[in-house]
Design a protein around this ligand. Structure first.
Ligand code: BES
Ligand code: MN
Length: 460
């Protein structure tokens, strides 16, 4: 048995206690009142890296939530691997739908319930513990290591594009490995081939100086809610395709082989619909459900507000209406261009009699794809095959991790995804949980992956 394995086996109890401590920190990056807690989670992570034996641990300011850095660079001639994860979490509302309080982690059988348990604290801690087992158990790691652990992923990493160019040297690496990722099921691995990009806008429609009596003024001046509804209705056709001119221009169609690889990942439509509580699917014609979520871009309204919302009746002609919209993007769509197209479309479809303002959201991520034959992806696939006794499915994610595009552009580094969450773990939803079996498997698999990466980097 490798020494790292004995080390892991000997310390599982402590590791679980540490995971629970980490999960108790309510590091919700979206809420200003939680800023201190995000910083506290960063400090917790920094201390954890130091305890693992990582050198030069530092909490770096970004102008927003911090980034934690650390390195261990004592493997001359071996590749430098940048381990990525995020210690911030999503908000917890509606909190009354949680069976256990989101920041009082509760172990039930093989599961730990808490916000961030899977996305991404559990997965990220597994990677750190693997490094500890290598450094403390083996006395050295098989590769050079760096860490980039951030506190702003769940709000779209707004400060990262300005931050990374100032730290190029520090984060320079041969490959990034993201602990924010998952597997297909408990028994089936996946090799993530792509993440979608993201961008969005807020639309603010305003009319008169104030709210007005709808009997006196209705029918005489434009109603901002009606104007907004018209704009929103114009964005998408009844069949689910996006009606913004030029929206699909840069979309790369996948080859027949790539689509066949996607079709190989099993998908039970009835089970899917049942789990969600909806009766039928809805989406772009000509694509399977998996394809609609993975390889096609979307436009979704995330929120809409304005006018009278309370109980009872108020005959008012509101003076404002608002909506937030995000688009998920695929290669080669560019977030900036999509925002420009949205602005143009909205300007053209704004009815007269109101003022329409369109503001880009701070969320900004390029679509990201990973070539299946990249040496890092091949090493990950090999290790997963060894662990699961079968080859990984080649899947994609509908979600986004904006920093992957920044690693590519600023560091010239490919990011492979190596995480052990499973899509049923209620990410971003009430009762998020993580499987303790995944926590342990992740630790071992990270040790194996780093070992393998130490052997396979192609010569320059
Ligand atoms: N972990 C997710 C992304 C993800 C989900 C990767 C499933 C692989 C499989 C990440 O934390 C996330 O939720 N990202 C946000 C980014 C957004 C706020 C810019 C997302 O996709 O909504
Ligand atoms: Mn997330």
């Amino acid at each position: 048995m490798p020494a790292y394995q004995s080390y892991l086996d000997a310390h599982q109890e402590r590791f679980l206690t540490e995971l629970l401590d980490f999960l108790r920190i309510p590091s919700i990056s979206a809420l200003p009142e939680r800023t201190e807690d995000v910083a506290r989670a960063g400090q917790w992570v920094a201390d954890r890296l130091t305890a693992a034996g990582v050198d030069n641990v530092e909490t770096l300011p970004t102008g927003g939530h911090p980034v934690v850095y650390g390195d261990w660079l004592h493997a001359p001639g071996k590749p430098t691997i940048l381990i990525y994860g995020h210690f911030d979490v999503q908000p917890v509302d509606p909190v009354e739908l949680w069976t256990h309080p989101p920041f009082e982690p509760t172990v039930v059988g093989d599961r730990v319930y808490a916000r961030g348990a899977s996305d991404n604290k559990g997965n990220m801690l597994a990677a750190i513990l693997a490094v500890e087992a290598l450094l403390q158990g083996e006395g050295a790691a098989p590769v050079n290591l760096k860490f980039c652990l951030e506190g702003q992923e769940e709000i779209g990493s707004p400060q990262i594009p300005a931050f990374m160019p100032q730290h190029r040297e520090r984060f320079a690496c041969d490959l990034a490995v993201s602990a924010d990722g998952g597997q297909f099921s408990e028994t089936e691995p996946l090799l993530l081939r792509a993440l979608r990009g993201i961008c969005g806008v807020q639309i603010d429609v305003s009319g008169a100086y104030t709210d007005l009596h709808s009997g006196l003024h209705g029918g005489r001046i434009q109603n901002p809610i009606h104007a907004l509804s018209q704009i929103l209705a114009s964005l998408r056709r009844a069949d689910g395709t996006v009606a913004v001119e030029g929206f699909y221009d840069d979309v790369v169609e996948l080859s027949a082989e790539e689509r066949a690889a996607i079709a190989r990942a099993p998908f039970d439509r009835d089970e899917y619909l049942q789990k969600l509580g909806v009766e039928e699917e809805f989406g772009e014609p000509g694509y399977t459900t998996q394809e609609r979520g993975w390889i096609r871009p979307t436009l979704e309204m995330n929120g809409i507000w304005g006018g009278f919302q309370a109980e009872g009746i108020k005959t008012v002609l509101p003076n404002a209406a608002h909506a937030k919209i995000t688009c998920r993007l695929v290669a080669d769509q560019d977030p900036e261009r999509i925002i420009a197209l949205l602005q143009e479309h909205i300007a053209q479809h704004a009815p007269p009699g109101v003022t329409v303002n369109v503001t880009p959201l701070s969320i900004h991520g390029k679509p990201y794809s990973i070539p299946a034959d990249h040496w890092g992806a091949l090493a990950a696939a090999e290790v997963l095959t060894e662990f699961y006794g079968r080859e990984p499915y080649q899947t994609r994610s509908g979600g986004s991790i904006p920093i992957t595009g920044v690693f590519q552009e600023q560091l010239g580094a490919t990011t492979i995804s190596f995480g052990f969450g499973i899509d049923d773990e209620n990410y971003h939803a009430p009762d998020e949980f993580y499987r303790l079996a995944s926590f342990r498997k992740g630790q071992r698999a990270y040790c194996r992956l780093l070992e393998r990466l130490g052997e396979v980097m192609p010569a320059e």
